[in-house]
Write a protein that binds this ligand. Structure first.
Ligand code: GTP
Ligand code: MG
Length: 610
């Protein structure tokens, strides 16, 4: 198969072009370092050609982990006889940023006899602002064709295909103008060429500076930051709620139609509790994950998140992290898995480890149903200040805040005592231009994330629900949970949870939640014999209240869930990213001990207060 490489500097629009050319939906956003892995897909117009999308790099000397991935892969790819062509993307509005890398790529490609085409992307911005870029003159200087294209409007895409079609039938040629030129000389030439041929960007820069004066200055910047974060959190809860209710109602309705049609009682019980209960338990989160990814996408693509990372750099440094840790941590509020991937853009290895430490403590959405159940059970549904503020809302906010605070405390302490030598690299973050976000790619990305959640998390959650159901249903066919297999296991582990005032039933629910936290609610539902506990929490709340669980235990459970690392997928991905099992396993053990001790402390404190 013929391969074509798509390389270029960060944020120049490689993935946008990739999506145009392949019809796939790689994540695209206005922030350098969005693509962190090499991905490929076949061209729509030439199906036997594979296009390979790279993470952006500023030069062929890698600084961050994702750049290393790209550079190493690029070097290997150039030696691969299947690679026929290199497409090098530059941001036509910011030539000075990408020409050095482009010349390096041209040199190495020529050295290996590969053909190369430069794509001057963002031609739409050049046109709209009446700027000029003389592509032919530039092409003559650098010795490679330059095509003006726009991934946004689609202009010039045809010319890329024509060029590829034409180039693929040509023989490889070796040697070329730059093939032996050293880096230092390339750098000088790049600077000169950018100055000579680049568009005069004053118009673009002026409006940007005005916006930055607002968003980055001390007072207005701070107010805007808190306003935007508040909006983000509001959106997760308030705006997703109606859709979540609708999903619950739909799953419930389908279940109530299907279940009565089944004659065999065992199968009917299984379908009602394990299947529909299990499906309902995780489908409710889909709207929330959608809204959150959508809004983070808007912020990212507008160029704001890069500013937010800059604002947070100084405070985060106190905790051994960097401004670039901000986006991974923020993503961790939705789910730790994309957050761990996002941490690849943190350059220093030590700071990346600190970021990994913080991510699992961010209040991810899998904790939400557990919090919702416990808060509904123990915190009175009363308001203060004339209905303006509800106690339950305050409790939810506090437990979210606790997670983030713990994240900072843990990284702060580790930072102080850690013996890992600091490889403090300078904080270099290119501020992308402010732009109106492109809605379609963001919607597509949000949809992709939801689909990923449903397929990946869904499998785990459904399997756990089924296993818990089987253990709880047999050997006495659901007649008595206490003597079922599940009950036996529960009684065995009861002594561990007794000090926090929890009996075997909660023990079983906690154990099952180690595969995925949200399973806790479903398991408790099964244990208390309530169908569809996830869809309708009220009866479960009544049952727990009636079981006489002390409030101290409820608050202790909240704290336990805020800290413990109960997520198999997170551990698996952490081990992949750190290339070790030691780090995630130690983290899981440490957070388990911390969670248990904190829960115990809180239990005694609350019981003493009450
Ligand atoms: N106006 C305009 N915006 C574009 C064009 N191409 C890409 N963009 C925007 O530029 C930003 C960066 O696009 P990406 O495709 O993520 O860039 P990338 O080169 O893959 O970035 P990294 O993966 O981070 O290196 C996004 O906000 C895109 O919407 C274009 O032709 N015109
Ligand atoms: Mg990309």
């Amino acid at each position: 198969m013929n391969k074509v490489l798509l390389v270029g500097s960060p944020n120049s629009g490689k993935s946008s072009l990739f999506n145009r050319l392949t019809g796939l939906s790689q994540k695209v956003a206005n922030f350098p370092g969005i693509t962190v892995d090499v991905t490929s897909g076949s061209l729509l117009a030439l199906p036997d050609v594979e296009l390979v999308d790279f993470p952006g790099t500023y030069s062929l000397q890698a600084i961050s982990a994702e750049e290393e991935v790209a550079v190493e892969y690029f070097r290997r790819a150039l030696a691969d006889p299947e690679v026929r062509h290199v497409l090098c993307v530059v941001d036509a509005t910011r030539l000075e940023k990408s020409l050095y890398f482009t010349l390096q790529v041209i040199r190495d490609a020529q050295h290996h006899g590969k053909l190369i085409t430069v794509l001057a992307n963002m031609a739409d911005i050049i046109d709209r602002n009446n700027l000029t870029l003389d592509a032919d003159a530039l092409a003559a200087e650098i010795g490679a064709p330059v095509l003006m294209v726009s991934a946004k409007s689609g202009s010039g895409i045809e010319s890329i295909i024509d060029r590829l079609r034409d180039a693929l039938v040509r023989e490889e040629v070796s040697g070329g103008r730059w093939s032996e030129t050293p880096d230092a000389l390339l750098r000088g030439t790049a600077h000169q060429l950018a100055h000579q041929h680049g568009p005069r960007g004053d118009v673009l820069i002026q409006s940007q500076t005005r916006l930055d004066r607002f968003f980055l200055s001390g007072f207005t910047g701070g107010v805007a930051f808190f306003g935007i974060m508040l909006l983000l959190f509001q959106s997760i809860f308030t705006w997703s709620a109606p859709v979540m209710d609708a999903v619950e109602a739909l799953v419930g309705a389908v279940g109530s139609v299907v279940v009565p049609l089944i004659e065999n009682t065992v199968i009917a019980d299984f379908v009602a509790d394990a299947l529909f209960g299990g499906i309902g338990a995780f489908l409710v989160f889909v709207p929330q994950i959608f809204v959150l990814t959508f809004i983070i996408g808007l912020l990212e693509d507008s160029g704001y998140l890069a500013r937010a990372a800059l604002i947070c750099h100084r405070p985060l440094r106190l905790f051994g992290m960097t401004g670039k840790s901000f986006i991974p941590m923020l993503s961790g509020v939705a789910c730790a898995i994309p957050a761990i991937y996002a941490a690849r853009s943190v350059d220093s290895q030590r700071q990346r480890l600190m970021t990994y430490l913080a991510i699992p403590l961010m209040p991810c959405s899998a904790r939400l149903p557990v919090y919702a159940l416990l808060i509904a059970t123990f915190i009175p549904d009363e308001t203060m200040f004339g209905g303006l503020l509800g106690w339950q809302g305050v409790a939810m906010f506090s437990i979210y805040f606790l997670g983030m605070l713990m994240g900072l405390i843990v990284t702060g302490i580790t930072h102080r005592i850690s013996r890992v030598v600091a490889d403090d690299l300078p904080f270099v973050l290119e501020l992308p231009p402010y732009r109106l976000p492109g809605l379609l790619p963001i919607l597509r990305n949000a949809e992709k994330r939801c689909r990923h959640f449903v397929t990946k998390a869904g499998k785990v959650i459904l399997s756990v629900t089924i296993v818990v159901w089987i253990l709880g249903y047999f050997p006495n066919y659901g007649a008595d949970l206490a003597t079922s297999w599940l009950g036996t296991i529960g009684h065995f582990i009861e002594p561990v949870f007794e000090p926090i005032g929890l009996d075997w039933r909660y023990g079983v629910a906690i154990i099952s939640s180690f595969l995925a936290r949200e399973v806790f609610v479903g398991t408790l539902g099964t244990i208390f014999g309530i169908e569809d506990a996830e869809d309708n929490m009220a009866p479960l709340v009544d049952q727990i209240q009636a079981s006489g669980l002390p409030i101290g235990s409820g608050v202790a459970l909240l704290v336990f869930f805020a800290i413990a690392l109960q997520c198999v997928s997170t551990l698996a991905i952490l081990s992949r990213e750190t290339r070790s099992w030691k780090i995630p396993l130690r983290m899981a053990a440490a957070y388990l001990v911390l969670a248990y001790m904190s829960a115990l402390g809180v239990f005694y404190l609350v019981e003493w207060l009450v």
